[in-house]
Design a protein around this ligand. Structure first.
Ligand SMILES: [Ca+2]
Ligand SMILES: [Ca+2]
Length: 139
């Protein structure tokens, strides 16, 4: 009998998790090129869909990223309009890696990924970070 009660409790806890509201995710409707005022070295592309399809944000800079990730070569503190909680895949080029942040501001204390090395093949950000980032940085 005791076993059965424990069982029911576990099922109830599972239902509570399933009913947690899902955060609003944007549906991007436009492509953006950021950082072209600094230069035309392609540093990263972030796409709407996990397979690289859909709309995309490209980021440019004056040079390749520095080899150290202790400095940040680009900080996009506010993703472009329509891109909140929408990024699903990351490509990076010219020695850059990408870090995603849950909220705006790319604040060092915010929930964030490790440095993602998407490379030219790109990488899916994974279920934990899919449609979650609100800002990002390159280094
Ligand atoms: Ca997405
Ligand atoms: Ca977010």
């Amino acid at each position: 009998m005791l076993k059965r009660i424990v069982s029911v409790g576990a099922v109830t806890a599972g239902l509570v998790v399933l009913m947690t509201p899902v955060a609003h995710a944007d549906t991007p409707t436009a492509n953006y090129d950021l950082g072209l005022q600094y230069g035309n070295v392609h540093r990263a592309t972030l796409t709407e869909n996990a397979d690289g399809s859909g709309n995309r944000i490209r980021v440019f800079g004056s040079s390749p990223c520095t080899t150290s990730t202790s400095d940040r070569d680009n900080v996009v503190g506010v993703v472009p309009s329509g891109w909140n909680d929408a990024i699903s895949r990351v490509y990076d080029y010219n020695s850059c890696d990408t870090k995603l942040y849950e909220d705006g501001g790319a604040a060092t204390g915010d929930a964030q990924t490790g440095w993602i090395d998407g490379g030219s093949a790109g990488v899916y950000v994974g279920p934990n970070w899919n449609d979650r980032a609100s800002s990002f940085a390159l280094s």
